[in-house]
Design a protein around this ligand. Structure first.
Ligand SMILES: Nc1ncnc2c1ncn2[C@@H]1O[C@H](COP(=O)(O)OP(=O)(O)OP(=O)(O)O)[C@@H](O)[C@H]1O
Length: 233
């Protein structure tokens, strides 16, 4: 498995935000992560990034352990929480700045992504002049522009118009074809159903279900069961 989260438990300020949560993701597949507000979707993504230190359990990406503040997944792009762009600088400046010295950054790919999301002509405009949806699309461009192996997206279509959602879903298909593993946390079930190879459901910090598009259910504990919608535990 490319991503392996095993029995992660985390308590923050006396609240258990993850409760022995486990999920696994194959390379080159797209996963949905759904669940009610406060169920732990963002916490799960932060755990995979190595942004939180679990009280128990382990995370591995690409066969390497992810350790808080030490070993973070290297080939990873993400939108987690509100994307932080510098408003007084142009979109292009922000993308180049965030790309830093990463050898994976690809100008041609970045311009292609700006183009498909209708931002190409506005790439030299200051980000503070961008609308909410435009900023969100810029964040998607930033998460995808470096040919990452793993992309984690928290509510990536928030604020996007219908046409832009379509462009986004097509782009995720393209990412899958190029071998990227994508995990999308979302409340938009219709979009997730359309694009994901498998959908994990989280409730009160526990992964409670995993439904694969092939209609075979594979529980997070590794057991197989037949039929869509069966519980994972
Ligand atoms: N810094 C924090 N301190 C204490 N509790 C927190 C903190 N951050 C998140 N939580 C709690 O962790 C739980 C999981 O939050 P999380 O943000 O992962 O939920 P979510 O599923 O992403 O929700 P939403 O759909 O609203 O985005 C919630 O109960 C939330 O109140």
């Amino acid at each position: 498995m490319y991503v392996q989260v095993s029995g992660v438990t985390k308590t923050i300020k006396h609240k258990q935000v993850l409760d022995e949560a486990s999920m696994s993701c194959e390379k080159g597949k797209v996963y949905g992560l759904v669940g009610p507000n406060g169920s732990g979707k963002t916490m799960m993504l932060r755990t995979i990034c190595g942004f939180i230190h679990p009280d128990a359990g382990t995370v591995e990406v690409g066969g390497k352990p992810v350790v808080f503040n030490e070993n973070l997944p290297v080939r990873m792009g993400a939108i987690i929480e509100t994307p932080g762009f510098i408003g007084n600088k142009s979109a292009m400046w922000n993308l180049e700045y965030l790309a830093g010295l990463d050898k994976g950054w690809d100008l041609k790919e970045t311009l292609r992504l700006l183009d498909i999301f209708n931002l190409y002509k506005k790439r030299e405009d200051k980000v503070k002049s961008y609308s909410l949806g435009m900023r969100q699309k810029l964040a998607v461009v930033q998460a995808l522009m470096e040919h990452q192996e793993l992309v984690l997206l928290d509510e990536p279509t928030n604020g996007l118009d219908k046409a832009s959602v379509g462009v986004f879903l097509d782009e995720i298909d393209r990412q899958r074809e190029s071998g990227t593993t994508v995990i999308i946390a979302s409340h938009h079930d219709d979009e997730i159903t359309q694009v994901a190879d498998a959908v994990y459901t989280i409730g009160e910090g526990r992964i409670v279900d995993c439904v694969e598009r092939s209609s075979t259910v594979k529980a997070s504990n590794g057991e197989d069961a037949e039929g869509v919608g069966d519980s994972a535990d």
